[in-house]
Every structure is written in C-alpha cells, then in structure tokens.
Write a protein that binds this ligand. Structure first.
Ligand SMILES: Nc1ncnc2c1ncn2[C@@H]1O[C@H](COP(=O)(O)OP(=O)(O)OP(=O)(O)O)[C@@H](O)[C@H]1O
Ligand SMILES: [Mg+2]
Length: 441
C-alpha cells in the first residue's frame, strides 16, 4: 500500500476538484469518487491508508464509506466532513472509529494537518504496550517499587495491632486506600470501616457527626442521630484531613482519644466505644504544632505509628502498572479498546504528577475515551496533561480540540450529559452551552 495515496469522496464537483488539486500539490497520489457506489468500488480494488469523505452524499452516506474503508483495511484513517453535524452522526462516526470529524466549511490547512497526523500515526513505529494484565495484583493497592514494598510491610506490621495510625501523604497518594487496607487486614475487618472527611464537615456539625446527637439537640434534629464512633463500634474510623479540624474541637477529640467514651449532643449519658483510629492528612502537622495551630497533646495521641505514603514521582516505575490497570478498567466500563503506545507510556512516566495516583487515574480515564483512534501516544498524553492544567483560553486550535473532546466524550457516554460533564471536568450548564455553540444541543 502506498502510504502517500489518498481517496477523496465528495459529490460536489467543485469542492472535489479543489481537494484533489490541493492534495496533489502537497505531493499525494489522489483518487476521487463522486458517489458512495464509486467509493465502494475503489475501496474493493485497492486499500487506501487514508480516506477523506463527505457525509451526505446520495442514498448512502460517508458513514457507509467509513465502514467499507475500515473493512477493507482495518488501519485505514477515515476523515469525515459535514456541514450538517448532528449528535447522531457524530456518535455513529465515533463508533465506527472515525479518525477525525470536521465541520464544514473545512479549512484546507486544518484538513492537511489532520491528514498528516493520520499519516504519521500510521507510519511511525510506536509499538503498543502489552495490555495483558496478568501481572496485576489482586489487591487494590498497585505498585511493586521498593517504596511501595516498604509501605506494604508497614501496613502488615501495624494492621493486627490496635495502635492509632497516622497516614501522611500528598493529595491522591492513596491515604484512604491504605486506611481501608489496614482495616481489611485487621482483626476488626468484620466490623465497619467509617471514613470521616473532617475537612469537609463544618466545625459546628463535626461534633454531632462524630459523637451523635439526641432529638432536639439542635435545630433540625428531629430524631436521634448515631455518631460515627458508635456506628463504627468494634471497627475502624478514618479521621481524614485531620489537619483541618478546628482548634476548638481538637480538645474534644483529644478527650475522646484518652477516654474512648462518647456523649451525644444533648445527652447526659456517656457510652464506651471500641474503635481503632486511623488519621490522615496531607498537611505538615508538625509545622502546625510549631505554629500553635494544632494542639501538641493531640498530635502525640495521633502520631503513634506514622506511615508516610510516597508521592507518585518517587515511584515512577509503578506508573506502567497503574496506567495499564486503569486502561483496562475504563476500556471495560466504556466498552472501548484504547491502546497505550510505548511513547505514550514514556510520556506518562516523565510527568511529575502533582495530583498523584488520582490524577493519573483521571487522566487515563480521559485518554481512554479521547485518544484519537484509540491510540494513546505521546502527543495524546501531552495534550491531555496540558488540557488538565490551567491555561489561557481563546486560541482557535484549542477551541477545535475542545469541541473534538466533547464529541468523543458524548459518544462514549451515549449522550449522557451529566457523565460527560464530569469526565470533561466542566459543569453541566457549561456543557449545554458548548453543545449549543457546536450546533449539537
Ligand atoms: N497504590 C495505588 N494503587 C491503586 N490505586 C491507587 C493507589 N493509590 C491511590 N489509588 C487510587 O487513587 C485515588 C485516590 O486515592 P485516595 O482517595 O486514597 O487518596 P488520598 O491520599 O486519600 O487523597 P486526598 O488527600 O486527596 O484525599 C483512588 O481512586 C485510589 O483508588
Ligand atoms: Mg483522601
């Protein structure tokens, strides 16, 4: 197959000859077809690496050309153009593995750039990473690097004891996952594990959340409220974001840790509870103690067995396993078959991951859906990372790329706008507005 050959399918004769002349001048060997029937005949005679086709042609459409082209040559890159984009055709095109979908009027430079991109994705040797997940562990915690093995040892050592554990690590490093693992491996595993995000609960509510409240103890309380410590009796409570608790409440928490008794708000009776405490924070609490923002006595009570969870950049060797794990997960969830290439993996491994594993997970979710052609290569990774980072708006190509992302995500989620908005990281209202602007609302 001559990698420089191109099939143009277009019923408008003026636009067809413009395209043919344009691509010939750019050094392509161009063949053209004026109808779907003619296009099918050509595709049967010889395979084409790249096909550029209009969508609305005759009784059949560019979608039929897409299917025929991919059937004749399953690596064929098909670029569809249309002046009447609808959600339905975009979905069908995406499902048919279209390489790119361009709205008319098509800018010739943009079309050329797209064709060149298709060409280079076809010819560059960028081997696919083996996605056979045989070597992935059964447990949820993934990582084989020395720092992770060390962490496993610490978890194993501490799990069977009742000691209070303090987990310290940057955001997204897996503090909650580690806390669950400690509970699961402990003698308390049959009793509940209850996480409490102390940073997210208003100081005024944290007390009743943890200790419970009697009916009428505060406005709106029309029945007794069981506190977390009681609900988790015989189990484990994760006090997450412990560095965020209000100074005034720190003393109450300290008393609880000393006495292990709760007195629900508005009650005169105390109950003894038996819970194991795991606390977690991404803050430097020792420094907060120095600055007198955190009580030193409470700090000593919590910091019995400190466990540090390493940031992802200190275990770049695990990125490979994590990326393949999430790739498989999201391929299954969205019924896709995206593949990671060697260059894509290298790009992931070279990034610094300020958001750690959570950021990697979200990025792979996006990439699984958005990677052009289901190939996650270095360009796709670089682009997704840039997208996720704050940027200044207004550039034309970014707007185009954004529209492309929206189309793919809408197709992958079967038009489910809430889910699409979540994956795109924008509000639903914003998504509606953008779809309207794209003429797809
Ligand atoms: N070693 C790991 N293996 C597999 N998944 C992981 C690992 N570490 C973290 N994750 C995943 O990353 C995401 C974030 O983990 P988790 O919520 O435990 O982080 P965190 O440290 O509590 O973050 P934050 O400080 O933002 O609350 C979760 O989806 C979790 O499953
Ligand atoms: Mg957390």
């Amino acid at each position: 197959m001559n990698m420089n050959s191109l099939l143009v399918v277009e019923d408008d004769s003026a636009w067809r000859s413009t395209l043919v002349d344009f691509f010939e001048l750019e050094g392509f060997r161009v063949e053209s077809a004026a109808s779907t029937r003619e296009a099918m005949a050509r595709l049967e005679q010889q395979p084409f690496p790249i096909v550029v086709s209009d969508i609305y042609l005759d009784e059949r459409t560019g979608l039929d050309v897409l299917r025929a082209a991919r059937k004749a040559n399953d690596s064929c890159a098909v670029i569809l153009m249309t002046g009447r984009g609808s959600m339905e055709t975009v979905m069908a095109a995406t499902e048919g593995n279209v390489f790119e979908y361009l709205a008319k009027p098509v800018d010739l430079d943009r079309l050329l750039a797209t064709v060149k991109r298709a060409q280079s994705s076809l010819v560059t040797a960028d081997d696919l990473v083996d996605d056979d997940p045989d070597d992935l562990p059964e447990t949820e915690l993934i990582g084989f690097s020395p720092v992770m093995v060390n962490l496993y040892k610490e978890i194993a050592r501490v799990a069977k004891t009742d000691a209070t554990v303090l987990l310290q690590g940057e955001t997204g490093t897996g503090k909650e996952l580690v806390a669950r693992q400690i509970h699961r491996m402990s003698l308390r595993s049959a009793a509940p594990f209850v996480p409490v995000d102390c940073g997210a609960i208003a100081a005024s509510l944290l007390e009743s959340e943890l200790f419970g409240a009697m009916r009428g103890a505060y406005t709106g309380a029309d029945r007794d409220r069981v506190g977390v410590f009681e609900a988790a009796n015989h189990g484990t409570v994760l006090l997450d974001e412990i560095g965020d608790i209000d100074h005034g409440f720190q003393l109450k928490l300290l008393r609880f840790l000393q006495e292990r008794q709760v007195r629900p708000l508005g009650s005169s009776r105390v109950h003894a509870v038996d819970v194991r405490i795991v606390a977690a924070t991404h803050r430097d609490v020792a420094k907060m103690v120095d600055e007198e923002k955190f009580r030193e006595d409470l700090w000593f009570r919590l910091n019995v067995v400190p466990i540090a969870i390493p940031p992802l950049r200190e275990r770049a060797g695990d990125i490979d396993h994590l990326a393949r794990f999430y790739l498989r997960k999201y391929n299954e969830r969205y019924k896709l078959s995206a593949k990671l290439t060697e260059s894509g993996l290298k790009e992931l491994e070279n990034y610094t991951w300020p958001g750690n594993v959570r950021q990697l997970q979200h990025l792979v979710e996006r990439l699984t859906i958005l990677a052009p052609y289901g190939r996650i290569d270095a360009d796709a990774v670089r682009f997704a990372i840039e997208e996720a980072e704050p940027r200044d708006n207004g550039s034309e190509t970014l707007a185009d790329a954004e529209a492309e992302q929206i189309r793919r995500v809408m197709a992958a989620t079967n038009g489910n706008k809430s889910r699409a908005a979540r994956i795109l990281g924008i509000e639903r209202k914003t998504l509606y507005r953008k779809l309207e602007k794209m003429g797809l609302a």
